[in-house]
Design a binder for this molecule. Sequence first.
Ligand code: GTP
Ligand code: MG
Length: 390
Amino acid sequence: MIEHKQNSLKKETAVIVGVITPGNSNIQVNEHLDELKFLAKTSGAKTIKTFVQKLSHPDSKTFVGKGKLLEIATFIKQKEIDIAIFDDELSGSQIRNIERVLDCKILDRSNLILDIFATHARTAQSKTQVELAQYEYLLPRLTRMWTHLSKQKGGIGMKGPGEKEIETDRRLIRNRISLLKKQLQQIDKQNTVRRKKRGELIRVALVGYTNAGKSTIMNLLSKSQVLVQDQLFATLDTTTRKVVINNLPFLMSDTVGFIRKLPHNLIESFKSTLDEVRESDILIHVVDISNPLFDEHITVVNETLLELGAKDKQILLVLNKIDQYKNEDSTDLNNLDNSWMKNAYPNSFMISALERTNIEEFRNALFESVKELHFKRYPYSKKPVDYLPE
Ligand SMILES: Nc1nc2c(ncn2[C@@H]2O[C@H](COP(=O)(O)OP(=O)(O)OP(=O)(O)O)[C@@H](O)[C@H]2O)c(=O)[nH]1
Ligand SMILES: [Mg+2]
């Protein structure tokens, strides 16, 4: 795997840089930057200061304007900051221009996401997928990174960038990319065989924005012990467990979370991990309702599902973390059925997976959905009466 992982970011200090464009409110931008801070924290970096600038669009050469960049440079020099993190994917030339002024490590949102994925990957499949996404991200930006790569390959040993060496590295990367793609195809084949062997059970997948509580719900319903952490992308590999409600068995999968501006090549390379989502019968879309941008999160998840070709499934919407809901709009928390959230999402379930609030109601609804589908698909299996609650 490409080596710029958690260790390299440990205890490093960072500043965060974002722009407020006409379509976005200050509140929205601040939330986006808080999320970037959370990504930085998950990678092991400590954010010291956030810089924002109002612009009609990010500057094509330096992302923010020249004056702003100089202001950031002064701060970085004074405080000996290690990294400047930008809230958008930067082009190779933007990185070079910015680096010249700031004289520190420049990372963008995609870098951080790739970094976290690299650190959290556990299986051969996810490790291969992350490496593929990293190289695809690197390829168009190679002019800056080439020295690092030539070191990794050993032998080239050049001191400064030259087109010939960059071309050699490009070729090496392209070869590596095609090898990784072949390896992934092989892993996919094995996984498809494994999935087919599972037999005729209804399949349910937990999907949602990262950190929404998918794994917590998985553990609650399937009595398993998947990793739960207050971190972004704690889950990368899909876990599938058999769940039995009222004697009716079905399969439940916990999957990788989504995020806004998820690098496109990550979605591409994680498509096979997300086969479970594509092939499942019912999706449980888990939302962290305590996040002020939960509406936007729902949209991001729906768009990602669309991109994966999994939007037309039966979806149970679960508004989680009601215990932490910030009651700024005076919602009556004892009468959530009359709340604006319930009006906006009438078919949703409001729960707290942590405090186990309304879990039974949700479990019953899930049971009804699975049962209905089960008998539609297997009309001659056991009679419905066998699955009545005990
Ligand atoms: N307050 C509160 N916290 C919750 C609730 N459900 C989950 N959490 C916390 O939210 C954090 C993320 O939970 P996870 O279950 O790991 O979330 P996830 O959706 O699987 O996240 P990723 O795998 O990282 O995408 C953990 O710290 C959980 O303890 C809830 O109902 N209320
Ligand atoms: Mg998880």
